[in-house]
Design a protein around this ligand. Sequence first.
Ligand code: SF4
Length: 404
Amino acid sequence: MSCNDMPKTPAPMQPRTPESVPSESRNGARVRGNDKAPEGLYAPNRNILTPNMRSPEYVQLSTAAAITLGIMKGYMHRTQCTRCLNLLLTYPEGCRANCAYCGLARHREGERDYADRNFIRVDWPAVPYEEVLEIVASGRDGVRGGGHFQRMCISMITHPDSERDTPELLGRWTARMPGIPVSILSNPTTMTRSDVKELHDLGADIFTVALDAAAPELFERTRGRGVQSPHDWDKYWQILEAAADIFGPEKFGAHLIAGMGESEHEMLTQVQRLRDMGGHSHMFAFFPEKGSLMDHLPPVPRPQWRRVQLARYLIDYRGVRLEQMGFGNDGRLRDCGVTEAALEKIIESGLPFRTSGCPGREAPDVSACDRPYGDSPVSDIASYPFALNKSDIRKVKRQLRRDG
Ligand code: SF4
């Protein structure tokens, strides 16, 4: 079958309808009204009054980054640190979008203050940005110090101040840590081409867009009007095209989440489109985030996930094209377009199954952004945040052989 007369999308994974938020909780009113001054590290806690924290003075960071910085205690299965310092802009009003799979979404305003919401399965403590800069500049990050981060990433959210504050955070970082490159996870909805250019000129290394949904209708259903959210598929691609032009090949990319109702062919079509533009896709396994509008839905089946992970790697790093691959009537990947022997060697390397994202110092196809357990529990790892051992490879092979 040719890839152009491709079959239908599987049955939709329908998000819940967002409930209306009481007016006294809208737009961070509770936090702004109480105006409690923050003091140092804030660990998410829904039972206390959340302080009034705002970027650029404050940022949130992943639990893994907080452990690596040494400002929180914790244990991460089979990995002591993360190599990417993932930062998130923070405001009492929170993200004004309402994406169905996201723990930060606006519909949660009535239930939790913004800084207390879980995101990609973990808490995001908040900390003064200056403290982050001081720890990294003095090389105190990492379990035994000595500097561990290979990359920093600023995640913008959909908030009117994020275009103003992101350049500020970026400029302060590049002035003190020119050796640790910065990625931007952007907010295309409120951005223009000149915002992209400004971030490039200020020294951002890689520009990314969280496209997340792999088809226009699915995007609309999970990030657009389907859930009273402002995002638009075409606007996202406009900003991606601007990034391709301004940042250039290998220096831009897009996030995609597998298993939200798209077919494998639809997913890999976007992967190929990005590669043809010169960029890379960073793939996440759908996991029902607690409190999100999709928390009642199943995670992506592992066989499907392993197939798209493998095919993404082949397209992004081994020069295989979508047109060489074979698909069934249901859009499922049937043939990877390479010989059995070549495929076996690539699977044995384990590389396709590691967390995908912006690279660090190890190799172009090894992500610094390892996001430990951001898309699965440790009992059933989707994206491996470390090199796979022989037992991991055997497990992945079993999953690839399974139907589903
Ligand atoms: S724009 Fe990003 S942070 Fe905001 S709700 Fe959507 S996915 Fe979450």
